[in-house]
Write a protein that binds this ligand. Sequence first.
Ligand code: NDP
Length: 448
Amino acid sequence: MPSYDYDLFTIGAGSGGVRASRVASAHGAKVAVAEEYRVGGTCVIRGCVPKKLLVYGAHFAEDLKDARRFGWNVPDCSFDWSVLRDNVLADVDRLEKAYTETLGNHKVEVIRERAVVKGPHEIALASGRTVTAGKILIATGAWPLIPDVPGAEHGITSNEVFHLPELPKRVVIAGGGYIANEFAGIFNEFGSKVTIVNRSDAILRGYDEQIRDRLLQISMIKGIEFRFNAPFEKIEKLEDGSLRIFMQGCDPIEADCLIFATGRRPKSDGIGLEEAGVALNEKGAVVVDEDNRTSVDSIYAVGDVTDRVQLTPVAIREGQAFADTVFGGKPHRVDYGCIPSAVFSHPPLAGVGMTEGQARNKLGSIKVYQSDFRPMKNVLAGRNERSLYKMIVDAASDRVVGLHMIGPDAPEILQAAAVAVKAGLTKQAFDDTVALHPSMAEELVLLK
Ligand code: NDP
């Protein structure tokens, strides 16, 4: 048996890489992980975590307004972006430290350098050192994709948004997906003028159409503007530092900040993959089999770099399955069925399983139950904002095949309800469950 410096060398200390490394180490492997930036990856450093904290911060705008209807004497309030930004960034520092400590506690060596694959068992580090490993794991994640338009360099991405020196008065967001709708909600609540510009005529492709329509309608009522079928032509920087954004089919918009939220590309460039014989697909994603193995036997990949499902909990499961299978003698595979997901827009939406459209195409005969209601908190607050819950049921088996909702706390409610959908429960099982009153979630067991 050849001897290597490490049993496992992981490139990228994000959600997937950290989980795989510490579990492999707990299984007895000698593990190192290389990270060129910060331990924690997109989710912890510049994604899910700081974004969710901004969502909380933004929601106070509505809570403070509504509080007056609940008897609170709320004086005129103002928002200080720098306070929230700095507190969020401090929490990110705390989490990075916690992640680094976890790796240390699991005896994983953290190498804070860029690493490049040199062969099936060889890795070159930026310092000039070359190390060897029995297995190499690619967990480098994904990176914002910026459309190729003149002046694109004047825009920023979600990477930079957490560091803005001040709150922009006018924000244009390119794209109509997760990041666009989440940041549109955040900046709108902070008082910025927000315009979403998308190349197509839809937002959040993949989510149930009625739920998407409801978000669009509520967002417009809240003051967010939308420009559809408007691909960018060019972006000009004006003398006062602001931007003029030109699109096809509509007048230019002036803005203080342009955020590109036009998808994320696997981060597979420049790390020696193709040279080492690792196959990539046309989008640059590392091609893997069901056991996360690439076209090179000793090289594996997990998470966004494989472009299967770009979600943190999926990357974590892939990292766990890889480590248990390869180093723990407990082979298992990730089950990609019924993965719940959410968009932390204002209000948030969430879904699991098939949309109505998908179910009609796949199953033919379905039943759709829905509740379109105004949450009691909104009624007293005088907030004319309705929630929508939809349940999609296979008519032949009575099995619930999809649940979709938009409204306050939708992601919290859906996470619990997703257990029932994943378990294959029937509509009857929901009906048999006594309502928990008064709650919004009780709508799920009262659908007629
Ligand atoms: P999305 O894939 O959600 O949306 C991309 C948007 O950009 C779409 O509206 C798409 O238009 C548009 N678009 C794509 N390519 C181009 C292009 N070349 N030029 C102009 N517009 C383009 O990507 P995001 O960047 O919002 O997020 C990336 C991923 O990160 C998500 O897919 C998700 O997996 C993950 N994420 C998850 C979150 C969560 O779980 N809450 C939060 C944030 C991100 P159209 O489709 O209309 O053609």
